[in-house]
Design a binder for this molecule. Structure first.
Ligand code: 4NP
Length: 152
């Protein structure tokens, strides 16, 4: 069993999408993983995911409507086995809270699951178009599916 936390900036676009897709795969494959997401910023705490993220995920068969944003906290290092961040700025902000190497070793860029050592980022669709939201969905879905195969 894995305890996985996904992290982005606002916790309303990329990381709740990863959480929702992973919850969907969790149900489909009876994984019994613990899955959550958080933002490094507090701008959207308590809010549902961005309506464009919800609409696009729904079109692709994933329901995100019950998720609510929260901020990343240092205690998350103790609660989770793996912490996947969406971009390098999130990586820096999360690592600032790490107290020792055991914490640091739990953190990785999410797309390294798909392309090891590529250090590529999930682009932020917040200022983009529907096309960007669809692109992010497909990318995050592929990485979630790879993660399921790799870690289950
Ligand atoms: P996320 O996208 O980090 O994928 O949730 C963003 C959401 C909101 C903002 C920035 C990025 N914002 O500036 O409010």
């Amino acid at each position: 069993m894995q305890k996985v936390l996904f992290v982005c900036l606002g916790n309303i676009c990329r990381s709740p999408l990863a959480e929702g897709i992973m919850l969907h795969l969790n149900d489909k494959h009876n994984l019994n993983w613990t899955i959550d997401s958080a933002g490094t910023a507090n701008y959207h705490v308590g809010e549902a995911p961005d309506r464009r993220t919800i609409a696009n995920a729904k079109k692709n068969g994933v329901d995100l409507s019950s998720l609510r944003a929260r901020q990343f906290k240092a205690n998350d290092f103790d609660e989770f086995d793996r912490i996947f961040v969406m971009d390098k700025s999130n990586l820096q902000n999360v690592l600032k809270h790490a107290k020792h190497d055991e914490h640091k070793n739990k953190v990785d860029l999410f797309l390294n699951v798909l392309h090891p050592d590529s250090h590529s980022e999930v682009p932020d669709p917040y200022y983009g178009t529907e096309h960007n939201f669809e692109h992010v969905f497909q990318l995050v879905y592929k990485a979630c599916e790879e993660m399921r195969v790799k870690y289950s």
